[in-house]
Design a protein around this ligand. Structure first.
Ligand SMILES: C[S@@+](CC[C@H](N)C(=O)[O-])C[C@H]1O[C@@H](n2cnc3c(N)ncnc32)[C@H](O)[C@@H]1O
Length: 392
């Protein structure tokens, strides 16, 4: 069937496998078609070999796009694996089938009726699922104008993001290894982790590498979020807990490393979202989601609006710290989905400075104030720097 369609690609070999040139912006977002740069496929290849994958294994990419992951077969140590490809996008498959004729392709919705047989994979096959499933958070505000279509998904795989549904689908296939790219937020945000619990509860992360979403062709350089490429091994009923994820040391492509457990978060001390509590005097702050959202959002609000959080006056200094963090902290992209970090001791030493600086910076809320002293600014900056890998 694939070969009967008109060809878009006169010379597919010449085209990159990491940009879906046949799709416009709207369809790229709807299909989550942001293809994998070759260096991350190569990293996955090294990990698979290191962990014993080779002859006799089946490697499947169930949302394969142009087939970036099938370059794994160019590694002689993975050349004798059986390769299986699937995607919903006929034109992407046409190119993949031309470039990688040794792959057994199908064109199906990978999130409906998920079972091995559907993709021609036997129950007894030793299976690695690889790839970069579409992520398209149907509740997120980003690119809301061009998000339109919602693909059918099996009831027990439903989640607010099709990337999460894909992880649940890989679990349903009982893959021995899963080597995928997904937003780091799945591992560092408890609500996301919980939404993928059936996957994480049965898989342990063996390897990881974090990189910025801006590496995907055609994505925004402004709203960058961290993506992790991870190798997971099936450990039925054991997998990872959120505490395990918090203790995981993540390595970044720039050579940094970090783990959630090395940070304390000021957001644990306060209300991040609106509640029914009201205080006198009334002070309002915008909802606090994570570092990335804070960098884009308002902080203190001069009047009530949807998403306004009522500030407990006894905790005002914490909110002042968050206002200062937004203004002065230079955060690396990989912190983007973390809560707002702080160093409790440094914060305690500079509490008054936090108040002075935030009041000065928010005259519409606190009235006009004198410019705080340079020493006060310096103490505030030092306190923030204490919890950041880089700061100026
Ligand atoms: C992020 S791209 C990844 C492509 C390829 N795996 C790679 O790494 O370069 C996601 C792919 O998922 C496909 N896709 C989206 N929804 C799908 C579905 N429900 N079933 C199968 N494929 C789907 C898109 O067409 C797109 O090619």
């Amino acid at each position: 069937m694939l070969n009967n369609q008109p060809s878009l690609f006169h010379d597919p070999q010449e085209q990159s496998l990491s940009e879906p040139v046949h799709l416009g912006a709207k369809t790229r977002v709807n299909l989550g078609s942001f293809y994998t740069p070759a260096r991350y496929v190569d990293a996955v290849g090294e990990w698979l070999v290191k962990h014993g994958v080779g002859d006799g294994w089946t490697i499947a990419d169930l949302s394969c796009g142009y087939g970036a992951f099938f370059r794994l077969a160019a590694d002689p140590r993975l050349a004798k694996c059986r390769y299986v490809g699937n995607d919903i996008d006929a034109l992407a498959l046409e190119k993949a089938a031309y470039v990688f004729p040794f792959v057994a392709f199908s064109r199906k919705n990978a999130l409906v009726g998920v079972e091995r047989e559907k993709f021609g994979i036997g129950k007894g096959e030793k299976l690695v699922v690889v790839g970069n499933p579409p992520y398209n958070d149907i509740t997120s505000q980003a690119k809301q104008k061009i998000k339109a279509e919602i693909m059918p998904v099996d009831v027990d795989l439903k989640a607010r993001d099709v990337g999460m549904s894909s992880l649940l689908a890989y679990e349903r296939l009982r893959a021995d290894f899963v080597a995928v790219l997904h937003p780091l937020s799945y591992l560092v945000k408890k609500s996301n982790f919980d939404a993928c619990r059936r996957f994480f509860g049965n898989y342990e992360m063996l390897e990881n590498l974090v990189f910025p979403s801006s590496e995907f062709a055609g994505t925004s350089r402004k709203s960058v979020f961290p993506v992790v490429v991870g190798l997971y091994k099936r450990k039925e009923g054991v997998g990872m807990s959120f505490d395990d994820a918090a203790r995981t040391v993540f390595k970044t492509v720039e050579g940094d490393s970090f783990s959630l457990s090395q940070y304390e978060f000021i957001t644990a001390k306060i209300a991040k979202y609106p509640t029914r509590r009201r205080y006198k005097p009334e002070l309002l702050f915008y909802t606090i989601r994570d570092v990335n959202a804070l960098k884009r959002s308002k902080t203190f609000l001069p009047r009530r609006m949807p998403n306004a959080v009522d500030v407990d006056p006894a905790k005002l200094a914490y909110y002042c710290y968050i206002d200062a963090f937004k203004r002065y902290a230079r955060t690396p992209y990989w912190m983007g989905n973390l809560d707002i970090p702080y160093d409790p001791e440094a914060f305690a030493r500079s509490r008054d400075d936090m108040l002075d600086v935030a009041m000065y910076n928010n005259p519409a809320v606190f009235g006009r104030r004198d410019l705080p002293s340079p020493e006060s600014f310096e103490r505030m900056r030092t306190a923030i720097a204490g919890c950041l890998p880089q700061f100026n």
